[in-house]
Design a protein around this ligand. Sequence first.
Ligand code: COA
Length: 172
Amino acid sequence: MLLEKSNIAEFDAPTVVSKVDMKAPMDPYDHARYDDLLKIDKLWRLIGNTHTDFVLDNPETLRSVMDGLDYLVVRDDSNQIVGAISVLDCKRGGLFKIDSLAVDPPERGKGYARALARGAIELCVDRRAKEIFTWALPASQPLFSSLGFEVYETNDDGDASMFLEIDRKTAA
Ligand SMILES: CC(C)(COP(=O)(O)OP(=O)(O)OC[C@H]1O[C@@H](n2cnc3c(N)ncnc32)[C@H](O)[C@@H]1OP(=O)(O)O)[C@@H](O)C(=O)NCCC(=O)NCCS
């Protein structure tokens, strides 16, 4: 199975990465799912997103903003999301985009971002990706480099476009 476990050296237990359903319309009484969406939105804000300010009190509209992306998450012992990453199929020549990687500040340094990034790459590979793109802030560039991404361009703030080419012969 694709998204099972990633072995993180510092951890006693492996990190479980799971996928959040963004396809099914919201059941207004499904508070746990609404909490998941709100938490993903909160994590988005750590990387500067505010474009959902006006839909936060409308679960179905919030879901529809996230629909079209695959969201992978890690959860704590009480099943609360503590980190997330998104995957977009650009539907063009096998190009995929990995985005919105963020981990709750108190949960950092435990290997969650690495597990999420690896899970996202595996998801892209499973979907027959030929190339994966990400726009990486300085904090996540060493992580993406260590996973095989190469910097294409860096802006004045140090943010970089990074690409990973998938060798379909070895990825198959
Ligand atoms: C960047 C971020 C996702 C890292 O999350 P994390 O769970 O602490 O990362 P991990 O514990 O999985 O560490 C993964 C690797 O990245 C490195 N790393 C983590 N934070 C780093 C930082 N601020 N600067 C440089 N390297 C960093 C770690 O040393 C680790 O390397 P190693 O595996 O070789 O030891 C987290 O700090 C965060 O959410 N930051 C705010 C949002 C953000 O900048 N997101 C990136 C968007 S592209």
